[in-house]
Ligand binder design. Structure first.
Ligand SMILES: *[C@@H]1O[C@H](CO)[C@@H](O)[C@H](O)[C@H]1NC(C)=O
Ligand SMILES: *[C@@H]1O[C@H](CO)[C@@H](O)[C@H](O)[C@H]1NC(C)=O
Ligand SMILES: *[C@@H]1O[C@H](CO)[C@@H](O)[C@H](O)[C@H]1NC(C)=O
Ligand SMILES: *[C@@H]1O[C@H](CO)[C@@H](O)[C@H](O)[C@H]1NC(C)=O
Ligand SMILES: *[C@@H]1O[C@H](CO)[C@@H](O)[C@H](O)[C@H]1NC(C)=O
Ligand SMILES: *[C@@H]1O[C@H](CO)[C@@H](O)[C@H](O)[C@H]1NC(C)=O
Ligand SMILES: *[C@@H]1O[C@H](CO)[C@@H](O)[C@H](O)[C@H]1NC(C)=O
Ligand SMILES: *[C@@H]1O[C@H](CO)[C@@H](O)[C@H](O)[C@H]1NC(C)=O
Length: 426
């Protein structure tokens, strides 16, 4: 051991000698120098004169400090001819010389004897994104090309792929959104969960010896059926989303939709007719990151025959957070206690009008104040409040044909929902 140590020291000494006699001077011989991660090392006296560092490189710590063919050794505090990758490679990589540059590459030797059954995809299901990750080096060792990841729909916008390190293993990952209709997703549900699946297609390396066939790996994520996840799973739900700004808290995305069921998991779709007298469940929910501070309180909900909430024919469903009892049967099932409001009412129609617009005024309510009970809203200006509106096809059996103005304003409203939808998804 001691003998080896001496040998290493001698080698370092020799390299230093060789370097200092080459074209580039040692920084110490030009009166001192400094190093940056952009430009390497230069003399204090002349910034255009590069110099070979000793301890000057310690803060930068990368090979940019050293002349071509030399590599920074933090252990020796100098540039050496021994190939060193900075930063050092992951456990499944080795440092390789690629055109004189020290580059971390897969250590394919680690994977000899493995076959395609060793590919174990890691699937991470988060509320807003599904991520599938596979060992990049294993794929390369088997003959796959990890840059060819694709989903069922192979258009560019569907390929969100990147390299990351998970538990010291270099992984190639691709992301998919848990949304109906997104990039070839398949969606299914049972009474408790909604399932999204897609297929990862992996191509092979372009080389003369072909050792594997392109492969397809199915993956899926399941989500509890809630107001929120059922809306994402529905094909064309009728909903409205707004950002509620709360001073000091940023903005809180809040959504309103109508549901057919007491569980609030079967959204009323855009094209669906709701027979008069049906039970309709109005769900409103907020995506607050800091759930500890606020609850959602629905102050009022009105029904109108057009999108003007002040229409003279308007009927109140909820007032002061409680049923308005103005001829419409309603129950406030949850309000002011969580980030969801649940309101049930019986559908009805305005005579001669094909649509009923439901408009609710909601407020992010500070938990330290009174958020439940019936009563007028505390007057705190517009801070933390918002208006949400959805149109619904409440049909009585004798309803006459639609008037043009109402139809066109509905079309406008629907298209503004779609704009929100695409902002939210991407
Ligand atoms: C893959 O390797 C395992 C053992 O490492 C072996 O049991 C299995 O049969 C192999 N599969 C194929 C398709 O060759
Ligand atoms: C694939 O996705 C793109 C962009 O999202 C979309 O325009 C296209 O229609 C999709 N193709 C298929 C076959 O679904
Ligand atoms: C990653 O590798 C480093 C250095 O080899 C080691 O210290 C660390 O414990 C490893 N982390 C994991 C999660 O394996
Ligand atoms: C689940 O899917 C079935 C069709 O497969 C559908 O009829 C049902 O409404 C869905 N349930 C919910 C709660 O979305
Ligand atoms: C595969 O490699 C050959 C030769 O290197 C090249 O001519 C060909 O264009 C490559 N094909 C693809 C699909 O990249
Ligand atoms: C993978 O999927 C593609 C596209 O759906 C299909 O053409 C191909 O035959 C599949 N390959 C395998 C091995 O299943
Ligand atoms: C999903 O539902 C189950 C059973 O109701 C519950 O235990 C679990 O915490 C829920 N998961 C999430 C992420 O909400
Ligand atoms: C609410 O009360 C808690 C403790 O009672 C306090 O720490 C917090 O600052 C209060 N929040 C506001 C917004 O007043």
């Amino acid at each position: 051991m001691g003998f080896l140590y001496v040998l290493v020291l001698v080698a370092v000494f020799l390299q230093k000698e060789a370097l200092s006699t080459s074209d580039t001077p040692m920084c110490s011989s030009c009166g001192g120098g400094y190093c940056t991660s952009d430009n390497g090392c230069s003399c204090y006296s002349d910034v255009t004169a590069t110099c070979v560092p000793e301890s000057e490189c310690a803060i930068v710590g990368t090979n940019i400090c050293c002349p071509t063919g030399y590599y920074w050794s933090s252990a020796d505090n100098c540039c050496t001819a021994t190939l060193i990758c900075n930063p050092s490679c992951q456990n499944d990589q080795i440092c390789k010389n690629v055109n004189g540059v020290a580059t971390c590459g897969c250590n394919t030797a680690l994977y000899s004897g493995m076959n395609t059954s060793s590919i174990a995809p890691l699937v991470k299901c988060e509320s807003s994104v599904m991520t599938v990750s596979l060992s990049k080096c294993l794929l390369e060792a088997l003959g796959y090309d990890s840059t060819t990841f694709q989903l069922n729909n192979n258009s560019d916008s569907c390929v969100n792929t990147y390299t990351q390190t998970i538990s010291n293993v270099t992984m190639q990952s691709i992301q998919a959104l848990p949304q109906t209709g997104w990039c070839g997703n398949e969606v299914a549900n049972d009474s408790l969960k909604v399932y999204y699946s897609n297929v990862l297609h992996i191509g092979i390396q372009n080389k003369s010896i072909i050792t594997v066939n392109p492969t397809n790996i199915s993956f899926s994520c399941s989500y509890n059926l809630t107001m929120q996840t059922s809306l994402a799973a529905a094909f064309k739900p009728s909903f409205n989303t707004v950002n509620i700004s709360v001073s000091g808290e940023g903005s809180i995305l809040t959504t309103m939709a109508a549901y057919w069921d007491q569980q609030y998991t079967t959204p009323v779709q855009d094209n669906q007719d709701v027979p008069v007298g049906s039970n309709i469940y109005l769900g409103i929910f907020s995506d607050a990151q800091d759930v500890s501070k606020f609850v959602l309180r629905t102050e009022s909900c009105y029904a109108t025959p057009d999108n003007n909430v002040n229409n003279v024919n308007r009927v109140a469903i909820v007032l002061g957070g409680c049923p308005a009892n103005q001829g419409i049967t309603a129950q406030v099932q949850e309000n002011g206690v969580s980030l969801e409001s649940r309101i049930q009412f019986n559908s009805f129609a305005f005579q001669g009008q094909p649509l009923v617009y439901i408009t609710c005024q909601v407020r992010m309510c500070d938990k330290n104040t009174t958020c439940t009970g019936c009563g007028a809203s505390r007057s705190n200006g517009d801070d933390g409040t918002a208006m949400l509106q959805i149109p619904l096809n409440f049909l009585d059996d004798f309803s006459s044909s639609a008037s043009n103005t109402v139809v066109s304003s509905r079309a406008l409203l629907v298209s503004s929902f779609l704009v929100y939808l695409s902002v939210k998804l991407f």
